[in-house]
Design a protein around this ligand. Sequence first.
Ligand code: FAD
Length: 433
Amino acid sequence: MSITSPKSPRVLVSGASISGLTTSYWLARYGFEVTVVERAPHLRPGGHALDVRGPAIEVAERMGILPTIRDRSTRLTGIAVVDADGNELFRSTESTLTGGRLDSPDVEILRDDLCQVLHEAVGSRVEYVFGDSIASLTQDESGIDVTFAATAPRRFDLVIGADGLYSGVRRVAFGPDEQFLRAVGDLYVATFGMPNFLGLERWQVMYRQPDSVGALVMGLRRDVNARTYLGFNAPEGLAYDVRDIAAQKRMLAERVAGAGWVIPQIVEHMMRATDFHFYSLSQVRTSTWSRGRIVLVGDAGYAVSLGTGQATSVAMVGSYVLAGELAAHRDDLVRGIASYEDDLRAYVTRNQDIALEQDARQDGPPTEDAITGGLPDFGALTLPFALKPYEGLVSRSSDPPAVNSPGASSTGTAGGRIRGAAPTACRKHHPCS
Ligand SMILES: Cc1cc2nc3c(=O)[nH]c(=O)nc-3n(C[C@H](O)[C@H](O)[C@H](O)COP(=O)(O)OP(=O)(O)OC[C@H]3O[C@@H](n4cnc5c(N)ncnc54)[C@H](O)[C@@H]3O)c2cc1C
């Protein structure tokens, strides 16, 4: 199918997180008419720290947000590993488990904060529909009809699935999750915020049992919620409903019952957490990232998995390339999609292969050495990618980024025409800086 587009192609982006916001930023700057539909009633809060590395730093620079994300970075000072009684077994002030080496040029930032910064950068250039999701997609020669779970049907030129590991667009247009999700190891983790009852300041504490239950708590300031990873290994596999959060919490509580350190208190806070997010360490592998006028970006199309700390960077690079290639081929969007895949596929596959190689090396229960000394050097796993310059495609009517401008909100409601439930700030629910 060859698509000849109108002057300002109308694009629907599903998902308002890292990929959705980065893609929307660039498409709006290239003069596309962008609508973002997000299932959550506001920017979805939650998550531990994410890492912006290598070519993604260059993407952030080109978006004008690099100083802001550096300013809001975690600036961790180290990690301690403790035993079941809380005694310190090991500490490092050179590396952490989530960010790797502290002297690297990479940026580690809370997921909420990165979403906020991206949302502010998008500003008022796009329309947001919160609290809704795509129900069906029907494409023909001239466009794509979209029905939604909550709002009236609409027609677009292109639909972009930026809706994560369990992408709704992928399910509707490509098939069930099982066809595309590939487990990387057998670790299942939840992330959530909780009161910083350990009094951590820019510091992480990790506890790991030989039976593979473990937790990693990160606190940035004493008066601000700490972020927690709580997880377990399930070599036998795990069947669970990815949308039933109450059931996920119950299952996790059962799995870690009787564990040492402060796990019982952590579980109590988890049961009350409103930003709980549970997932398996998985990759998404698809033979193609598109179906005609429907294309996937970020975790929805090619999740790398948590292990190598590259998922966010790959997603930001992918978003930049997708938007750029669509803009470069605005009269034939399908060619633009093909070009996106041609340019990016090898980089993505190599990142995914590295994650599998890493996992194969770490197979088996954690050894004492791995528990105390095996902190990662993510920088060594960061691959280069030559970003094409697309500056010439920026629309003259696209206003400059609004990040940190005097009127810019820091509440997650910075911009956009908004439909659906009012977007509430993640910062409001989970103040983090
Ligand atoms: C709540 C949350 C917490 C996370 N925590 C961590 C973490 O601690 N560490 C880590 O390494 N990675 C975490 N991730 C994953 C990380 O954000 C991604 O791996 C990476 O940044 C790429 O992002 P993405 O935008 O492609 O996908 P995601 O960040 O997963 O974003 C997907 C977005 O799509 C929305 N969405 C999902 N389904 C639909 C639908 N049917 N219709 C409309 N919208 C939909 C989601 O609410 C979300 O806003 C988390 C993701 C989420 C959503």
